[in-house]
Design a protein around this ligand. Sequence first.
Ligand code: ZN
Length: 375
Amino acid sequence: MSSLPNTLILPPETRTGAGEALRLLDACAGFGMRGVLVCGASLERSGRLRVMLDACETNVNVRVWTHPGGEPTLEQLDALLADAREHNPHWVAAVGGGSVMDIAKACAGLLRAPAPAVAYHDGASIPASNTPFIAAPTTAGTGSEATIVSVLTNAATEVKKSIRHPSFMARLVILDPTLLDGCPPEVIAASGMDALTQAIESYCSNGATWFTDALALKAVALIHASIEAVYSGDAAKQADLLVGSYLAGVALSNARLGIVHGLAHPLGARFHVPHGLACAVGLPLALDFNREAVPEKYARLSRAVGMDIGEYARLLLTRLNLRSPFHGQPLDDIDAIIEEALASGSTKANPRRVCAEDAARLLRRLFAPANTPPQ
Ligand SMILES: [Zn+2]
């Protein structure tokens, strides 16, 4: 295994600590005096957006754009791009969950791109961006603050996939654990399981290196030590969950993922299931599937969580009250789902090669009525 990925891409600056979000806009002013701030509706509703704007000591001109909700679509991105271009910002910042960060990242990345967003989603070559992107996550999380990836859905075709470019990497990341205050428990559960899945998949990936393994294993330990406590309302553990999610993001951005994410995108787009939940319920099945391919890594993962890693993933689903939204649903579109899953970069990085029959077997288990014994 290599020590480093072929190309190592990291956020150049990360600030960590309670209260750092209040200094975000002053930090952004370092990139220019005109910016776009993308946030979710809850930041505004809770009054925290007002507090952040009031705390700003520089005379920076900020245009606020509220993400309408849900996982970002190309249509929403086009609306944001049109609004942002009118304002001609020096930077784009995101304060929000994975959806907010992904759409803001794509806005910064494509701000001066000549073609409409759909062209890049369909595979056109993305030009380098020089618009700084600043990210402050309010969930833990997709790790989007630490990746060059933006996941977008074409609502017309129901194709959900990522666009990526090295220049998409955030110039500044703010990890402020108080931003998790008030995050609903079901969001803590689903997004925390996404972070855990990302840590495990990047750790077991074909693209894993010594560098990403160190981050991914630490991420598993931090998430294990905090996820249930934060779900139960223990704010003191929010920093561990947030840092674990960030480290998993750095790991996946440099090592890729695996079959859980390969399946989660086509399933999420068709069944309108939140990404974290789709990953959470797929993780135990993928851990069964990959067990023989990376036994030493499973031993280390199991040591990190104090029990067999597959059993742990199942136990967490129960303890976090996460139920599969797929059980018993009709699996009408299975061939197209398999085709998309096999074509994804995540599936290609899976430690055990996945053929169409493997993917079909995994999907049938995922969609079997509850309490069907595994085959
Ligand atoms: Zn994910």
